[in-house]
Structure formats: structure tokens, C-alpha cells
Design a protein. Sequence first.
Length: 72
Amino acid sequence: MNDSRYGKTPRRRILALGVPLAVAMMTLGGYWTLLAWGVVGNQPESRTLGAVGPIIAGFGVALAYVCIRPRR
């Protein structure tokens, strides 16, 4: 029994739902990181955004990898 109980999720659905979310997470995380470093905007440096931004961007990269990698 290699198949799950409900069958396999279609690849098109995985790409349609996962990739846009991953790109949004990478964009938001990158923006927050640059904002915290003072590269973008005139906001004073923020330690919270400096820590949260790369984490969100990393989760976006991981989600994109999981969505795009070939199935086994």
C-alpha cells in the first residue's frame, strides 16, 4: 500500500498553491531583512525584523523546494 488513503495530490495543485506562497514569503522576508539592516526606508534598525525576516525567507525557500522537487 504505497498510495495514501485519499490518493495523490495533483502536481498542478501543489504548484498553484505552494509556489506563490513561497515567493510571497521570500519577498516579505527579504524586505523585512533589508528594512532591518537600514538598506530600505528610513526606519531605525529593528532587531525583531532582523531576526524574523531571514527565518520567513528561509521557510519560503524550503516551501519552494518541497513544491518544485520531482516526486519519487
